[in-house]
Structure formats: structure tokens, C-alpha cells
Design a protein. Sequence first.
Length: 275
Amino acid sequence: MTGRWLWPAALALLSGCALTVSDPRALTPLTGFVPLPSQPQVWLEPGFDAYAARVAAALPAAISQVETAHYLRFLHPPRIYVCGTPACFSRYVLTPKLSAVVVPDNRVILSANLDGRESARLPGLLTHELAHLHLGQRIGHYHSSLPVWFHEGWASLTAQGGGAEYATDAQVYDDIRAGRRVNLSLRDAPGKRHRAAASGLGIFAFYRQSMLLVGWLKAQDEARFRQLVLALQDQADFEIAFWDVYGVAPATRLAGFFDQVLRDNPPQSAAPNTP
């Protein structure tokens, strides 16, 4: 990302993401947190032990999901920071309507929303952000060689829909039939990231469509998908790695997904279904 920490939040609460570790804000200390005695990977705003305990209970399954989906262990044990108040969250996150973020340098922060009206989203958003952190430990967050659609789609797929809950598969298919597709031909650069608006999509639809695209790639041939994502985690350029694995450009390979939708034949996907 350039000039901002996080995705803009337009209409509702979303998971958020981070800059590369080269950003100077990676040096900003997170102060005022204390470790949860029963799980030292979870640090909390004092007074919110019950919330932190819920996070600690969800953490092992979330770590397991991420490591399974990424075919690799975490390089370093993740640490989770739990904010029990909006004031705590707003000290470190410039977009207060978000519910969970990874900020430089590879630090997951959860907001009070996940201890209140969005408590049911905690496992999914925790897993989504840990997926970003896992990748960030190897290549830095939002590296320009990895397109945003794949970055967010893979995290949402890993989280079994976490972060992509505000759109449905049916809505994605309607968008595609109306010509609203993730633009797979755009190439990011260090000063230019192509987010939802670049494809003419809202943020929710972009996350969900990206998840279905990544899930379709995985469902079609998991051995090749594994080869691709292992190369990406070894800092390979996305376009080069994709050509090496599939022998065609991403837009060419994924045309099969769009064709199935246009034929009213919902694609087989590794992504979870949403009614």
C-alpha cells in the first residue's frame, strides 16, 4: 500500500491488512498491553481477560488452518494484540471501522468489535489476519509482486470465508454475468496497488470473488496450486511463478472459472459456499 496502512472501509467492518516491513511505522511500539498468563502469544489491554481468553481458545485452530493452507509452518510464533476499547484500537489503526488488522511489522491487532456485535466473526477474522501475517513473515505484507486479489482471496479461502462474509457466491456470479470481474491482467508496482475499485467492484464483492478464484485454482489441481504458493512464499514474482506452474497467464487460466459461471454452471471450488 502507498501512503496508508489499511484498506479503506466504506460500508461496514472488514478485516484489514498491512504495509511492508520497510515502512517506518513498523517501528511504532505497541504499548499498554500485558500477556495473558495462560497464553503468552496473546497480549491484551488490561481488564479484558475474558476477551483475550476467547482469542487464546481460537488461536490453535487458526494457526493450524493457516499452516495447512500455506503448506508451511510459521517462521515465528505469532503474537496477537487484543484491544478491548475503541481508544486502544484507534491508537494504532488509522481506519477505526475495521475489526482486525495486521500493522507493520507483522503484528495482529483485534478491535473491541470482536468482543461485541461481531463476536461471531472472531475465529474467521483471526485466521484471515494470521494468513497475512504468515505470508508477511516471508515476503512482507502487500508486496507489489503479489496482486491484491490473490493476497486477499487466499487469506479469505484460508479462513473459510473469514473476511469475505459480506457478499455471497450468488452475488459474485451475478456480478460476473453483468461484466463486473476482478481484472486479472493488471500488474501492481511498488507505487500502485490495484484494489477493488480498479475492477469496478465493491470491497465485499472483490474479497468474495477473489476467494472463489483462488479456491477454483486450488480445486482444479491442488498439486500445482501448492507448487505456486510455495514459490510465492519463497519470494518468487507472481507472474513468473504462475507461468512456470501453469504455462499460461493468470487471466488465461482463470477464464475457465468465468466461463463456467456464464454457462450457469457454478464452478467447483475449494472455497466455502455461502447461500
